[in-house]
Write a protein that binds this ligand. Structure first.
Ligand code: AGP
Length: 589
């Protein structure tokens, strides 16, 4: 949610590097783009509303002088997308430029104070108070002025600042991600590692209330105490190619196809760690799953999988609602969090709430070094590689596979679980072939003009029905809703008319007879039934075959719907990577 970037080069021009980095960060927001550099005692800027490709054609983002600069790609919170609200934002004299990801909660109060002191504002953003606050003390130098300024803000943010008089870049983090990358003669800060991965895989993580000052050197400080901090350089095992589209037209289809390998990578965990974690889960008194959006649906599936496989009740609460459950937390509680980015604000707030009550945190997360990864007592990496498309696909199935493996470990049947998931991974590999995609593309052509698409499932596949709805909505902008099969007759059947599409997850398990009956009820009211199932059935108007993988059925059922949603997006002229009004890595509450 907003991507920020900054770099200091020992020689050469920063602008082309900022431009490329912003392209790689575009998945975090695509409302506006901007960059600023320092050269000849001035700050130079280019910025506008719109997508980076269009803006580059208009403004040539490679053409700014100087070897120190910052950049921003925006997902609007305060102030609508416009040239005026595009970052970087400036102080009164345009000597200080700032990019920001997050929200300054007390901005109105600070703005009023600054206006009273004679500052004038031109944007509707909360961000603009930052350069003006820095301006207040800029005579002390950028480093000190930023330190003074951030002590006045409240909220979650990451910022990067430059000023006209110093070849220096200052970054501060509190609640939103900020990572430093170092190569021999270039230093970077960014919201996410792929922004600079083509230059270096050597990184240092900023923690909350920490500031980095980059000039000839790189120095870190605690913003509350002012004390300097030592940081360790960490090597990241992602390579730049993994973060590129390669031969695919969009990230999302590349990531869908990568599921041929990522399920296997997710379960390839150290067995002793899995067994130790299983003991920890068994010992816990009160266990919660939490996550947001798609990861939340995986948590909900986890609740069912743990109940079915491990006979263990784990509560599921979506992260934004988790604080309501704080009265049930003790130092014996275990919180299991699931996240692709490891930066989602609602989830991080749930972790904070839990931590205050002495709760232990176990995480399943894709991004190494993310806030969640570093704030967990135990963390499993999903090993899915960078997921760039806003719609989560390969991280989802990696999460589902790992949750299933953990449930088998808790049941004392780790090897059985491993065999099942290895078989599932190999069947997904077979499934993801061009013929399979073509069959689903044909279905997309039939459904592309639908007003609504409904999805039903039972047990493990009820959460998958809800996840299928998220995929269809965010990718194709068709209204979609997932229901428990048994709930139809309590209300949703009223929505079914002649031709209303209804996707039915009919796994080969104890729920099959009932879900087929539910499908019959829809068909009897004119519904068009799409069966996602290992076996065909007379009720299906269109059958999408999936392998029979027992308790791993959620993993295989969601994949054809990911492909369907992608093809619906293409047919309806939606950008499959940049879903309308959304962004990857939701760092605001
Ligand atoms: C996924 O398709 C969605 N765009 C979204 O719901 C996402 O899963 C959610 O924001 C959680 O993100 P996280 O996994 O990075 O925490």
């Amino acid at each position: 949610m907003c991507g920020i970037f900054g770099c200091v080069l020992s020689e050469g021009s920063a602008a082309p590097i900022i431009h490329r980095a912003l392209e790689r960060l575009e998945y975090r927001g695509y409302d506006s783009v901007g960059e600023a550099t320092v050269y000849g005692g001035r700050v130079h800027v280019k910025k506008a509303a719109g997508k980076i490709g269009e803006i580059h054609k208009l403004l040539n983002l490679d053409d700014l002088p100087g070897s120190v600069g910052i950049g921003h790609t925006r997902w609007a919170t305060h102030g609508k997308p416009s040239d005026r609200n595009a970052h970087p934002l400036f102080d009164c004299k345009e000597n200080v430029a700032v990019v920001h990801n997050g929200i300054i909660e007390n901005y109105q109060e600070l703005k009023d104070m600054l206006i009273e002191k004679g500052h004038s504002f031109i944007s509707d953003t909360d961000t603009e108070i930052i350069p003006h606050l820095i301006e207040e003390n800029i005579s002390l130098g950028l480093e000190k002025a930023v330190m003074e300024a951030v002590r006045k803000f409240e909220g979650r943010y990451a910022i990067a600042a430059i000023s006209s008089d110093e070849n220096m870049l200052v970054g501060v983090r509190r609640g939103s991600p900020l990572i430093v990358g170092r190569s021999e003669n270039k230093t970077f800060i960014a919201s996410d590692i792929p922004a600079f991965l083509n230059h270096t895989n050597q990184v240092m993580y900023l923690d909350d209330n920490e500031m980095v000052v980059i000039d000839g050197n790189v120095r870190f400080f605690n913003t509350e105490t002012g004390q300097s901090i030592e940081k360790r350089l960490i090597t990241i095992n992602w390579d730049a190619k993994q973060a590129e589209k390669g031969e695919y037209p969009y990230f999302v289809i590349k990531e869908i196809m990568e599921q041929k390998e990522t399920i296997m990578r997710a379960i390839n965990q150290d067995e002793n760690t899995i067994l130790r974690t299983a003991e920890e889960i068994k010992r816990a008194y009160g266990t919660f799953f939490t996550g947001c959006g798609t990861a939340g649906k995986v948590c909900m599936a986890g609740e069912y999988i743990f109940s079915k496989v491990a006979k263990k009740h784990v509560n599921f609460v979506i992260s934004s609602e988790f604080p309501n459950y704080k009265h049930f937390l003790t130092d014996k509680t275990l919180l299991i969090t699931i996240s692709q980015s490891g930066e989602t604000a609602d989830l991080m707030e749930a972790v904070e709430t839990a931590r205050k009550m002495g709760v232990k945190v176990l995480s399943l997360v894709n991004v190494m070094g993310s806030s969640l990864y570093r704030n967990s007592d135990y963390a499993f990496l999903l090993n899915a590689g960078p997921e760039k498309a806003v719609a989560s696909t390969k991280a989802t199935t990696a999460q589902l596979a790992l949750v299933t493996l953990l449930a088998y470990a808790v049941a004392g049947r780790l090897q059985e679980g491993k065999r099942l998931l290895m078989e599932t991974a190999s069947k997904v590999n077979d499934m993801l072939n061009p013929r399979y995609e073509a069959r689903i593309a044909e279905l997309a052509r039939k459904l592309k003009d639908s007003q609504s698409i409904y999805i039903i499932g039972r047990s493990l596949n009820y959460p998958m029905a809800m996840e299928a709805a998220i995929k269809i909505m965010e990718l194709s902008n068709i209204h979609a809703q997932g229901f428990a099969g048994g709930e139809l007759k309590h209300g949703p059947l009223a929505l079914i008319q002649d031709g209303t599409p209804c996707i039915v997850f009919a796994a080969n398990d104890e729920t099959r007879v009932d879900i087929i009956s539910n499908a019959m009820e829809v068909k009897a009211r004119g519904g068009y039934i799409i069966g996602v199932s290992p076996r065909n059935n007379e009720v299906f108007d269109y059958w999408i075959k999936v392998p029979d993988v027992g308790n791993a059925s959620p993993v295989v059922n969601i994949i054809p719907i990911q492909i369907l949603a992608y093809h619906l997006a293409l047919l309806r002229g939606c950008d499959p990577d940049y879903c309308r009004n959304l962004a990857k890595s939701v760092t605001v509450k």
